[in-house]
Structures are given as C-alpha cells and as structure tokens.
Design a protein around this ligand. Structure first.
Ligand code: HEC
Ligand code: HEC
Length: 329
C-alpha cells in the first residue's frame, strides 16, 4: 500500500517537473540566449526609467507590446520576433487590447508634444478616447521654470490659470514611448500572416505605388476625409485648426492654399520641423508619410485639405505627387 502511494506521488512529481521544464524553464533559457535582432538597441537610462513609469501606472493593462501574425495586427507593423525583446526582460507583452498596440508608437506618434498633450488629457487630441488622463504626471506652475517647456494643452482642456509642465516621470515615460520603434528585419516581407493575403498577390492599400495615370484621377472626397482622420487629425485636428504653438492650422495655410502644391506635397512626403509658418514657429514635428501613403492617397488628402474648412484651392493630381516623390528627400 505504502509503495503504491510513493509511486503515485513520485510519478506525479516527476510529471510536474517535466512539464515545468518544458513549458517554463526551457523557453526562458532559450529566450535569454536569443541575440538581439538587427537594429534592436538597449534602452537609455531615461527610457528605462520611463518603462518603470509605464509599468507602475498600469499602461500595460490596456496596451500590448506584441504584434501578432494576424491580418488585424498589420497596422501596427511586422509580427514581433524574439530578438525584439533582447533588452527588455521581463517583457511587458500585455494581454488586453483596449488601446492600440504600442510596439511601434514611436513611429506612429513621433511628436513628444502630441504625447504630452495626450497623456495630460487624451480627449484633447482624440475626442472619443476612453483612456484615463494622467494629469498627476504634470505640474501646473505660474511661471515656466528655466530649462522647462510648457505643454501647449488646447484651452478647453488646460487649467484656468498657469502652465502645464511635465514632471521627470512624464519626461521619462515619453522618452520610453518614443523609443518604441520596430527595427526592420532585412529581407523580411509582410505576408499577411495567418490566412492573410500575400504581399505578392495583393499590394496593401497603403503601400507606396506609382501613380495612377493622371488623366483617370477623380478626387475622392470621402477617401480624403477618412485618410485625413486616420493620419493627420491627431495633430492638425478634425477642424483643421491645429493646436496653438504645437501644430499649425491648415485653415488658410499658405502651403495648402497655394496654386503650386510643391510645399504641401513635400511636407506630406518628407515631414517637417522648425519652419516658420505664417510668422509662427511650432514645437511639434510633422511625420513623413512617403512610405505609408501612395500618390493617390496623398492627392486625396491634399485635395481634402484644399477644399475643407473654407479653403478653396486648386486641386492636385497623383502625377504631381509622383513627380515630387521622384525628386527624393
Ligand atoms: C483603460 C485603458 C487604458 C489605459 C490604462 C491606458 N491607455 Fe493608452 N489608450 C487607450 C485607448 C482606448 C487608446 C485609443 C484612443 C486614444 O488615442 O486616446 C489609447 C491610446 C494611447 C496612445 C496612442 C497610440 C496610437 O497609436 O495612437 C498612447 C501613446 C497611449 N495610449 C499611451 C498610454 C500610456 C503611456 C498609458 C499609461 C500611462 C496608457 N496609455 C494607459 C486606453 C488606455
Ligand atoms: C505628429 C503630428 C503631425 C501629424 C500626424 C501630421 N502633421 Fe502636418 N504638421 C505638423 C507640424 C508640427 C507641422 C509644422 C512643421 C514645421 O514646424 O516645420 C506640420 C505642417 C503641415 C503642413 C504645412 C506645411 C507648411 O510649410 O506650411 C501641412 C500642409 C501639413 N502639415 C499636412 C499634414 C497632413 C496632410 C498630414 C497627414 C497625412 C499631417 N500633416 C500629419 C504635425 C503633424
């Protein structure tokens, strides 16, 4: 009787140890030996501090940092690979996808000013956002201390008096968020993952492509509006009014109103920073869209800007975008 009991106990223990080795210890050792992927860099001390702020504020309750090989995750980038996590163990993969995946947010939202305004009050840049505000990561002061920069929170969301200044924690957190950029894997081609279309079979709608023959182009206002909402309104706002001192208004913007669309197209293709626009400078950075939007997309967005919010300017064609793209950066 006793012998049988020991056999059951011993057998169960052995099985337990084998399972633990196989599903926990083995993979952990394997992962620890995975070399960093090409272009994957360790975090700077400030970014590492920001990662702690990210963890302690529960950002990973709503945000994942793992792109799955699924068609619906393609918007976030290529599927995550083990080498991506070489310098960030334990990984914060997350599980709830209440908000967007943040693996590539440094590319998607590269403006520190946008990040600060969004953390201070997400509704200030994304009106329908359900993300909680993180105002406690900011201070409100009467006078901006030397070496600090006030966050240009839109008036409707700003405190009645004083200036909003990011604390050290907010600065570290934003440094961490901006560091989240997926390193490209040389030779890797997006193939849609499980069940998705292969890149050979169907070029993604947003892949850069040579322009459609200009003659056949008709401005698609609905397409222009939805592309503007998806790519531009976070900074320039749906009203085209921008955010004072951070993002310029497109209403009455000289580049948008000009007959010659060169500056407008160039800005959309290659981004911009630090220019004087109608006598003012802006602290934000405009993203480059050359690799994300094709010539027809850009023509539709440009024409949406040219015909909205009271703007009435000459329309541009995909051929003009193609010509500008061909000039290079
Ligand atoms: C209750 C869930 C929730 C929590 C907690 C949360 N977020 Fe969010 N987050 C969202 C949602 C929903 C969105 C999409 C709407 C928006 O942009 O505000 C979002 C959007 C974002 C975006 C923009 C992503 C993009 O690609 O447009 C960033 C950056 C972000 N969150 C960072 C954070 C950080 C940092 C924290 C912790 C300090 C945090 N979030 C906590 C729900 C959450
Ligand atoms: C991350 C914030 C951000 C996003 C997203 C963004 N912009 Fe901008 N945009 C800016 C900033 C900041 C400037 C001012 C650049 C400067 O200071 O040189 C700007 C400038 C411009 C200008 C004026 C250029 C000039 O010289 O007058 C146009 C036109 C423009 N953006 C269009 C767009 C379009 C179209 C999109 C979407 C495809 C877009 N922007 C997305 C931040 C952004």
């Amino acid at each position: 009787m006793k012998k049988a009991m020991w056999a059951i106990f011993g057998g169960a223990l052995l099985l337990y140890v084998v399972i633990v080795m196989a599903i926990a210890v083995g993979p952990a050792i394997d992962l620890a030996q995975t070399p960093p992927g090409p272009g994957v860099k360790p975090l700077t001390p400030l970014q590492a501090e920001g990662r702690q702020v990210f963890a302690s504020n529960g950002c990973d309750y709503c945000h994942t940092e793992q792109v799955r090989p699924l068609p619906e995750d393609k918007v976030f980038g290529r599927p995550s690979a083990p080498g991506d996590f070489a310098y960030v163990t334990p990984e914060m993969l997350g599980s709830e996808r209440t908000g967007p995946d943040l693996t590539n947010v440094g590319n998607a939202k590269p403006s520190d000013v946008w990040q600060y305004i969004h953390l201070y009050d997400p509704r200030a840049v994304e009106p329908a956002s359900i993300m909680p505000n993180f105002k406690f990561l900011f201070r409100v002061v009467d006078k901006v201390p030397a070496g600090d920069t006030a966050v240009p929170v839109p008036p409707a969301f700003a405190p009645k008096h004083g200036y909003v200044i990011p604390t050290q924690k907010a600065k570290a957190l934003v440094a961490y968020l901006l560091s989240l950029k997926q390193a490209p894997i040389p030779g890797y081609r997006m193939n849609g993952g499980m069940g998705g279309p292969t890149s050979a079979a169907a070029p993604a709608a947003s892949a850069p492509a040579t322009s459609a023959s200009a003659g056949g182009y008709v401005f698609d206002a609905a397409k222009g509006k939805s592309l503007f909402e998806a790519n531009c309104s976070a900074c320039h706002q749906s009203t085209g009014e921008g955010i004072p001192t951070a993002f310029p208004p497109l209403v009455g913007n000289p580049a948008v109103e000009a007959d010659d669309p060169t500056l407008q197209i160039e800005t959309i293709l290659h981004g911009a920073h630090g220019k004087v626009i109608s006598g003012k400078r802006y602290s934000g950075t405009m993203t480059a869209f050359a690799s994300q939007l094709n010539d027809t997309d850009i023509a539709n967005i440009a024409n949406y800007e040219r015909s909205s919010w009271g703007n009435h300017a000459k329309h541009v064609t995909p051929a003009e975008v193609a010509a500008e793209r061909a000039k290079g950066n």
